[in-house]
Each structure stands twice: as C-alpha cells, then as structure tokens.
Design a protein around this ligand. Structure first.
Ligand SMILES: [Mg+2]
Length: 195
C-alpha cells in the first residue's frame, strides 16, 4: 500500500539563528519601508497581566524602549501601523491607557485573526514600492500572514507564545528577537535614515 502521509519534518530542530534573511531584506532602506505592529504581547505584556474580562487593565505598561523606538521611527517619517485583533472598545482602551495612538498613522482593529492578512494586504497596496515589515509575537498569525505576503517578518519572542515553535515552514520568521533592544539594534544596521 502506498504511503500518502507527508514527510515528517521536525521543525523544532531547525535553528532559526542559522537561517539567513533573504537577500532582498539584507539592507533595508528606512526611507522605503513601513512597519506593522501587533499590540498584545508585542508592544506590552498582556500575558498574566490583563484578562479578557478587562481584569488588570490598569496594570498594563509598554515593554522597555517601545515608546522611544516608535518615536524615533515616527520622527524619521517611517509610517507605523498598529493592527490588532480583539473587541474594539477593549483594544481602544488599551491603546489609550498606553498612550500610543498618536505614534501610528492608523490603528486597525479586527474581530478575527484571519482578517489581519487582509489588512496587511491593504497596507501593501497603499505603499506598493515599500517593504512592509511585520512585528508580532504569533507565528500562526502575524509571522505566517507576513510571510505569505512576502513581507519582512520579525518575531518578538515574548509573552504567552514565547516558547511556541513553528509547525510549518511558512511560520518561520526572518528574524527572531527576544527584546525591543534587539529590534532597535537590528534597525540600526539598516541603511539611510539611521536612528
Ligand atoms: Mg499578539
């Protein structure tokens, strides 16, 4: 009998640090890119701090260096977008408590994770000559959709899903960083508009 099972590839054995970014991403020009950030567990720690019933919302605060890095990017006229999934009022309350709304060109809130891909695509169509850079904590959402749309994908390994491993190749980010300081260092290696 023929075996129709797909080959059993163990992605947990792939060392992400050994994967080189595609050459088109090796020298990003900050004059020609835009950023899409996730909110929960990307800009601030949601995990074990705030529950879906709003418990703990008064305790949320940005991860270290987030405000400084976003401010520097904005001052360099790099378009920044926030794309977040959740109940509109709840997400807006978090954004206002964190006082980050003014840092973004646009805040986009969707009801389902799957809608993020469509929102990413809308932004890519808005900036057809730019490189779209996605920064998020979910391999199965931001990283997957970003990769599917040929964006530069950066995983921030923090929060609830920090220990998650990719289950398919499309979930492997181009960069995997465990802090915002590392993100700042990465951006500083890119050309033209230096932070
Ligand atoms: Mg998140």
């Amino acid at each position: 009998m023929l075996n129709h099972n797909p080959p059993n590839i163990n992605l947990t054995n792939i060392s992400l640090s050994n994967i080189n970014p595609p050459s088109k991403y090796s020298n990003i020009n900050l004059n020609q890119c835009f950023f899409v950030f996730d909110l929960d567990d990307t800009l601030y720690q949601k995990h074990n701090v705030v529950e879906e019933d709003r418990t703990g919302i008064e305790n949320i605060k940005l991860y270290p260096n987030v405000r400084e890095i976003l401010t520097q990017l904005k001052q360099n006229n790099v378009p920044l977008f926030l794309v977040t999934k959740g109940e509109v009022r709840f997400q807006n309350e978090k954004i206002d408590r964190l006082k980050i709304r003014e840092l973004f060109e646009q805040v986009l809130i969707c009801e389902y994770s799957e809608e993020k891909k469509k929102l990413f695509l809308t932004l890519l169509q808005k900036y057809p000559l730019f490189t779209g850079i996605v920064v998020g904590d979910r391999l199965s959402v931001e990283i997957r959709y970003g990769n599917e749309l040929n964006m530069l994908t950066i995983r921030l390994k923090q929060g609830k899903y920090a220990s998650e491993n990719p289950t398919e190749a499309i979930q492997i980010p181009q960069y995997e960083l465990n802090s915002w300081i590392k993100l700042e260092n990465l951006i500083k290696t890119w050309g033209k508009k230096q932070l």
